[in-house]
Design a protein around this ligand. Structure first.
Ligand SMILES: Cc1cc2nc3c(=O)[nH]c(=O)nc-3n(C[C@H](O)[C@H](O)[C@H](O)COP(=O)(O)O)c2cc1C
Length: 215
């Protein structure tokens, strides 16, 4: 994982007369550095310590700042504390056996182990059922994606690593039952946060010319 930028370093401007303009410019530099240096960290590379209770609240305040058409808040997050990891492990294991009755003991153990990796683990849930006004599902998913990204960037700014995990178990009835998902709610992915044990080389990003055109 690339280290997040230091805001204090980005803002150290000696000339008082230039402070206002320079600080705006430095904020932009900080924001760009924060965004571009975030990387998906595999949960097996995330260990203790995880975020404190205060930091976790800050992560959720970041989520709450996501764009949200009609202020539906079409998403929610469910924390999986340590004492509930065994229940999630069983869901991962049983969901695998449901899909593949010939799964080996090693595969089942690996599925189970995924519940125990990151110090902070939460499920991202999309709320797609009937609402007034009926903001389209795609717009609601965009809002959830922004909320997730805000959490990832906030965690990165605190120098934690973070990663998203999903997979076939997400749509299993067992997962729905454990997380008490209501009709219209969907389990989208897990957000894993912790201290990153390894740093990866910087990610290769697509060039804007690859995904931008003009009418
Ligand atoms: C909804 C969603 C689910 C994801 N699920 C997984 C996953 O199950 N396993 C995984 O390794 N990465 C998962 N990712 C992370 C992507 O693999 C990762 O974002 C991508 O490789 C780009 O890398 P970066 O985030 O470091 O830029 C998921 C990303 C999203 C948006």
């Amino acid at each position: 994982m690339s280290a997040p930028p230091k805001r204090s370093e980005a803002n150290s401007q000696p000339e008082l007369s230039d402070v206002a303009a320079a600080s705006l410019s430095q904020e932009a530099i900080f924001a760009e550095a924060l965004i571009t240096s975030r990387q998906n960290i595999l949960p097996k590379c995330l260990s203790a310590p995880g975020p404190s209770a205060t930091q976790i609240e800050q992560l959720f305040r970041a989520a709450a700042a996501a764009p949200d058409h009609a202020r539906l808040r079409p998403w929610r997050f469910v924390l999986v504390p340590e004492h509930k990891r065994a229940e999630l492990a069983e869901v991962f294991a049983q969901a695998l056996v449901d899909r593949d009755a010939s799964a080996t003991l090693a595969q089942i153990a690996a599925a189970r182990e995924k519940a125990y990796r990151a110090p902070l683990l939460m499920l991202a849930v999309a709320c797609l059922g009937p609402r007034e006004p009926d903001v389209p599902m795609l717009e609601r998913m965009v809002s959830l994606g922004c909320a997730i990204q805000n959490i990832l960037l906030s965690a990165h700014s605190m120098e934690f690593g973070s990663g998203l995990t999903s997979g076939k178990a997400m749509s299993s009835a067992r997962m729905r039952k454990l997380f008490q998902l209501q009709v219209g709610e969907e389990a989208v992915c897990f957000i894993n946060v912790g201290s990153a044990s390894t740093r990866k080389p910087a990610n290769l990003r697509p060039e804007p010319t690859e995904f931008v055109s003009s009418l």
